[in-house]
Design a protein around this ligand. Structure first.
Ligand code: SAH
Ligand code: SF4
Ligand code: F3S
Length: 443
């Protein structure tokens, strides 16, 4: 047997990149690669990158710099940059880092094996087209298995990609393109494949997942219809989806939270700001009030829902009064989980033309917002003590005899349990709330 070439993959950014990395690994696995956990012995290094904030994008260049000595040691080593930085910066990447061999955008991954061949022949290759064909159809099914045999009981499944919302601060519509939904038949087939491999929890992914409208039997399916259909798959026990936009939260999806047992009571619904003036400038097309009413309706359908959100502080023009509106919204809504960021100007987006808030104000507001959100997260986690939750055990814990998994609310939960419980959903009574996790005992 000829020795297999080694592939090292590093993934940045959102869950969609995690999913894409797996698919690229599968594609390259078919081309004779096996995975390695270190770049040191790799023949191909693949960075799957994120462009969402300046810091995320710059990380790629500093990482690339570290590979320079490896390339000197191994003349066969090829370096590929994939993902949203690849899409946004294209050939500029090779101009800044001439040792990069392949630049491939998120819509061209199915062509990666061919690009790799060209790179082996000594070419520099750049593919950032948005081709007509659907990349998903041309990537090997995951059952074909990539070099890494993952046995996790949870999996991501991309159902929708791209975004037409054009929030004034955001690069996603430019890096991922217009919104496209995959047909339900393909999604159901992929879900059944995953279940056959031992997956019991699937998270449906999309930049705007609740805008899903795949062409299926009897016309376009909504996300709610897709979820109801997935819930019929035997062996699939849990369904989640992310990320949603408030304006696409349709009635049938809200109802599903109350009616579909397999749909977990967790929702990530970013609001970004609590100031109507700023929301308008952000082109969000909803108000603070409409968001609050929406949350009330969702909680009426599913009272125990754990709500998660995203916030941006220091968007151009944000005053202290605007920021106070965000704090007030958080006080009203109460989040069990949240992500908050300082605004970062992204080249090519409308907001990048506007005057920035001072770095000092941004840092100060972020610290105050995070203190509030952290306290709310704590409260939500502490409120679990004494309750019985269902936990999907995913791996062994740090201590002997311990397993760790996620509750329906996505809290990490530790408990002593038999290793045969790995990959199973088990009822656990929560005894303690630690800094980042809960501990309990199997009931
Ligand atoms: N499609 C999702 C997520 C997009 S990116 C949504 O609509 O919510 C994830 C988060 O990154 C966003 O929700 C936003 O809070 C943050 N983000 C996006 N662009 C940003 C920017 N230019 N500066 C700071 N944070 C940003
Ligand atoms: Fe970006 Fe807005 Fe689309 Fe989310 S909805 S991906 S924040 S443009
Ligand atoms: Fe980043 Fe692209 Fe995801 S910019 S957040 S990797 S869609």
């Amino acid at each position: 047997m000829p020795q297999k070439r080694k592939l090292f993959v590093k993934t940045y950014g959102c869950q969609m990149n995690v999913y894409d990395s797996e698919r690229m690994e599968s594609a390259l696995g078919v081309s004779g690669y096996e995975a390695t956990d270190t770049p040191d012995d790799a023949d191909l290094i693949l960075l799957n990158t994120c462009h969402i904030r300046e810091k995320a994008a710059e990380k790629v260049y500093s990482e690339l710099g570290r590979f320079k000595p490896l390339k000197a040691d191994n003349p066969d080593l090829k370096i590929a940059v994939a993902g949203c930085v690849a899409q946004a910066e294209g050939e500029e990447i090779i101009r800044r880092q001439p040792m990069v061999d392949i630049v491939v955008g998120p819509q061209a991954y199915h062509r990666l094996p061919a690009l790799e061949k060209s790179a082996r022949a000594g070419e520099k290759v750049i593919d950032t087209d948005f081709p007509e064909e659907d990349k998903f159809d041309h990537l090997p099914r995951r059952a074909a298995r990539g070099p890494r045999m993952r046995r996790a009981p949870t999996a991501f499944l991309t159902v929708q990609e791209g975004c037409d919302k054009f929030c004034a601060f955001c690069v996603v519509p430019y890096t991922r393109g217009m919104e496209v939904s995959r047909p339900p038949a393909r999604i159901l087939a992929e879900a059944r494949d995953l279940v056959e491999r031992g997956v019991v929890e699937i998270t449906l992914l999309g930049q705007n997942v609740n805008a899903y409208h795949g062409a299926g039997e009897g016309g376009d399916w909504s996300l709610a219809r897709l979820i109801r259909e997935l819930a019929q798959v035997d062996g699939l026990e849990r369904i989640r989806f992310t990320t949603s936009h408030p304006n696409d939260m349709q009635d049938d999806l809200i109802a599903a939270f109350g009616e579909v047992d397999k749909l977990m009571p967790y929702l990530h619904l970013p609001v970004q700001s609590g100031s109507d003036r700023i929301l308008k400038a952000m082109n969000r097309k909803h108000t603070a009030e409409s968001y609050i009413r929406l949350i009330e309706r969702i909680r009426a359908a599913r009272p125990d829902l754990l709500l998660s959100g995203d916030f941006i502080v220091g968007f151009p023009g944000e005053t202290e009064a605007d920021f106070q509106d965000t704090m007030a919204l958080v006080e009203t809504v109460k989040y069990g989980q949240a992500y908050s960021f300082k605004y970062s100007a992204r080249p090519g987006t409308p907001a990048a033309e506007l005057d920035e808030v001072s770095p000092v104000d941004k840092s100060d507001r972020l610290a105050r917002l995070q203190a509030l959100l952290t306290a709310q997260q704590r409260d939500a986690q502490d409120a679990m003590v004494g309750r019985d939750v269902s936990v999907l055990f995913e791996r062994s814990g740090r201590l002997e005899g311990q397993l760790v998994g996620k509750s329906e609310y996505l809290h990490a939960v530790y408990a002593n349990a038999d290793p045969s419980s790995l990959g199973k959903v088990v009822t656990v009574r929560i005894m303690e709330s630690g800094p980042n996790s809960l501990a309990g005992r199997v009931v």
